[in-house]
Design a protein around this ligand. Structure first.
Ligand code: SF4
Length: 746
């Protein structure tokens, strides 16, 4: 039972942390949020919350909250400023850089934590107002490879199915995801499903025996980055044993190496090199585990894969995603209840605000590329701007953007100014040492609710509102848009991002593009939302029927496609009778009326999905004599991202106050490391010093730490690799080669 703490009203909302999208009620007493409880009607969490969601409101009242704008003075100190002073300064600097150094000299770096209305507004201001595609966001660092995987395989982003498939699945293949800690409420559903149905098989593929792996029927231990060989090997077993769904493969797929079509026989021949014995040598995963995994996956009748950053944050993240899709396509495990390739997302609105509303340098709202002539023309029409306004050339992806950021007089740094919104790149970028100077040298504006490592490099700091102080729409991992009502006012002079972006637009002469320049964020939000959703009309991801009113009234939100106001939303895409877009295309004659499954968007011919034959490639940096260990990072259940909010929740800060280094007992012994010893971890890029935690939960040769610590000496990203996937431009956070040295006892 929970205490109400004198709550006077409960306001509907969404959890602020993680991409799972738990529905909440925010308890208000007077002018203050005093409690949060799970929303029992929410179809994501059915009333359950993890510790972060339950305690989120406590971060709102930490004394560190930013409550007024700050401008850096020539002596380096920050001075309190009025909103007018701060916004005028930003506008005049941005105008100056535009005139002197061109439209692409001012960048926006956003986040999967802003509401869709906010991200959409910044995106529109930059792409239509400034005519610049220098728009990026931290989702580039977490799900760009998943986007690349979905688009290259099916022609459209985001999963076909939903969380409802967890309980319908007979085999769950969880790979590159410590779901029990990173999406704990979703994992709870899987645990319950397993408890009620002991025959359901759970397979976990991970270099660590995580708490997720602890409930698995089968663990596939793999050296970081080698799992591509395991996926190939599973495909090998599936074809060799004729576990394929022949009809599905023939009707709905084509096998390709990216340039030419291949037959199933040719694919099978390619896979011979990945027989389980050969793959055991590459990966350290026992051959019999691979065989067993392939059999369970292929023959269960309803298999679902769930993955996250372990697959995406890789130099071959897109390929890893493609290979998971291959397993589903070979066995027909898509489009049926309980059968789905499902990528989880890390942030609460990475899917809604950034993927769907297209706030990356190569995208436009509606998830289509800026390079797509027809879509550009469509968006220009919707935005009522002259044809040719939007630059067809993509801007820079995140790592290149930060590499290009620097001083005005530095000819090698074309980006002179950046607005950073609700994210903390000075702690979260990989290979941090390489990027801090650029942030320091450039004109940097940071919008956040707390001082962060990034605000230390800022020229102007803008105090923002917490989600429950402004409200808006978040879209979670399962294509579900959910609404948060504004519960209370922000503290001091802190303001909602939507107001801030509209004020900036006004000062830069683009008021017409963002005609929602009003203090009431609910009213402004509705205008911005309507402006956005009209762009998605008649597409496979339409939100046209998800009006503000419906979202506000709904207890659980709506899953797109939702083409009209009487449509209930879509649980499964690509399937006749379930997907309204497919139905529409069948009526129009674009899709044959007899088709039962159809992957329909863009370049896919005959509605077929691609089974990609991808070569094996290991990580950009592998252990060697000098750097003999793998180093990998992840999250803990209590903390979130760089800890700027969760570390300010007293109960959470106490439960996980600092990060530590997980090391296998064999490695500890060989290096004379005891529990609690301080250990220096050194890569080719930087170092951290962490207390040792000796555990057989990690494989020998693999070191692990979390990514939440606030102390510079323990920030893992100094060590991590910034090499990127050539397809998605997502960096390889998950794999670095390091050496270690014991520096002191506990
Ligand atoms: Fe919030 Fe994610 Fe926890 Fe749910 S699982 S309460 S969305 S942090």
């Amino acid at each position: 039972t929970m205490q109400d703490d004198g709550v006077e009203k409960w306001v509907k909302g969404v959890c602020r942390f993680c991409g799972y999208g738990c529905g909440v009620y925010v308890g208000v007493k007077g002018e203050k949020v005093v409690s949060i409880k799970g929303n029992p009607d929410a179809q994501t969490n059915f009333g359950f919350l993890c510790v972060k969601g339950f305690l989120a409101y406590k971060s709102m009242y930490h004394p560190d909250r930013l409550t007024h704008p700050l401008i850096r003075q020539s002596d380096g100190n920050f001075k309190r400023a009025s909103w007018n002073e701060a916004l005028d300064l930003i506008a005049s600097k941005f105008k100056y850089f535009h005139e002197k150094h061109g439209k692409d000299s001012v960048a926006y770096y956003g986040s999967g934590q802003c509401t869709t209305e906010e991200t959409y507004s910044f995106n529109k201001l930059w792409k239509a107002g400034f005519r610049s595609n220098m728009v990026e966001g931290n989702p580039r660092l977490c799900m760009a490879s998943a986007v690349g995987g979905y688009i290259s395989t099916y022609g459209a982003d985001e999963p076909a199915g939903a969380y409802a498939d967890f309980e319908k699945s007979k085999c769950l293949f969880i790979v590159g995801s410590n779901m029990s800690e990173c999406h704990p409420v979703g994992f709870r559903r899987i645990m319950r499903h397993k408890r009620n149905n002991p025959d359901v098989k759970i397979i976990v593929c991970e270099p660590r025996k995580t708490s997720t792996a602890s409930i698995a029927d089968l663990w596939l231990p793999v050296d970081p980055g080698t799992d591509l060989a395991v996926f190939h090997s599973m495909a090998h077993e599936i074809i060799k044993n004729n576990w394929i769904d022949q009809g599905f493969v023939e009707r709905h797929t084509r096998i390709t190496d990216g340039s030419k079509a291949l037959t199933l026989e040719e694919y099978g021949k390619f896979l011979e090199q990945f027989n389980p014995e050969a793959v055991e040598k590459i990966t350290r995963c026992p051959a019999e585990n691979i065989r067993q995994a392939a059999q369970w996956f292929a023959t269960s009748g309803a298999s679902m894969s769930v993955w996250c950053m372990g697959l995406n944050q890789r130099t071959r993240g897109v390929w890893a995603n493609n290979l998971i899709h291959n397993l589903h396509l070979l066995t027909g495990n898509i489009g049926k209840p309980g059968a789905d390739p499902f990528s989880m997302t890390g942030q609460p609105n990475a899917c809604g605000g950034v993927r769907e509303a297209g706030a990356l340098s190569h995208l436009l709202p509606g998830t289509k590329p800026v390079a797509n002539d027809a879509w550009r023309a469509h968006v220009e029409k919707m935005w009522k701007v002259p044809p040719g306004t939007i630059d067809p050339k993509p801007g820079f992806p995140t790592m290149k953007m930060f590499e290009s950021l620097g001083a005005e007089n530095d000819p090698n740094k074309p980006i002179k100014a950046m607005l950073v919104c609700t994210t903390n790149p000075a702690q979260s970028l990989p290979n941090l040492n390489k990027y801090l100077k650029g942030m320091d040298d450039a004109f940097l504006v940071v919008l956040d609710i707390f001082p962060t490592r990034t605000t230390q490099f800022a020229d102007v700091i803008l105090p923002a509102a917490f989600l429950y102080e402004k409200g808006g729409v978040y879209g979670c991992s399962e294509r579900r848009s959910q609404f948060t009502e504004k519960a209370v006012n922000p503290p001091g002079e802190a303001r909602a991002d939507l107001w801030i972006v509209a004020q900036l637009a006004k000062r830069m002469g683009h008021e017409k593009l963002l005609p929602w320049n009003e203090a009431d964020t609910m009213k402004a939000g509705e205008k911005a939302w309507n402006d956005y959703v009209q762009i998605t009309k008649d597409t496979g991801h339409t939100l046209l029927g998800a009006t503000y009113q419906r979202l506000r009234e709904s207890k659980t939100g709506l899953q797109w496609p939702v083409p009209s106001i009487d449509h209930p939303g879509t649980y499964k895409r690509y399937v006749k009778g379930m997907d309204p877009h497919m139905e529409r295309l069948q009526k129009a004659g674009t899709i044959p009326s007899e088709a039962t499954v159809y992957f329909y968007e863009d370049a896919r011919k005959e509605g077929k999905a691609n089974i990609f034959v991808r070569p094996y490639q290991e990580a950009a940096e592998m252990p060697d004599r000098e750097y003999p260990f793998f180093f990998t990072t992840g999250r803990t259940v209590e903390q979130w991202h760089t800890g700027t909010m969760t570390m300010r929740i007293p109960e959470i800060a106490r439960s996980h106050p600092n990060d530590y280094l997980e090391i296998h007992p064999d490695d500890a012994r060989r290096n004379r490391i005891a529990m609690g010893d301080m250990v220096k971890v050194v890569s080719r890029r930087g170092e951290v010093t962490l207390p040792a935690r000796i555990t057989d939960g990690t494989m020998p040769g693999v070191l692990f730490t979390h990514m939440h610590d606030q102390a510079i000496s323990r920030m893992c990203n100094f060590v991590c690799n910034d090499a990127v996937d050539p397809g998605s431009a997502e960096p390889e956070y998950k794999i670095a080669a390091v050496k270690i040295q014991r520096v002191s006892g506990p």
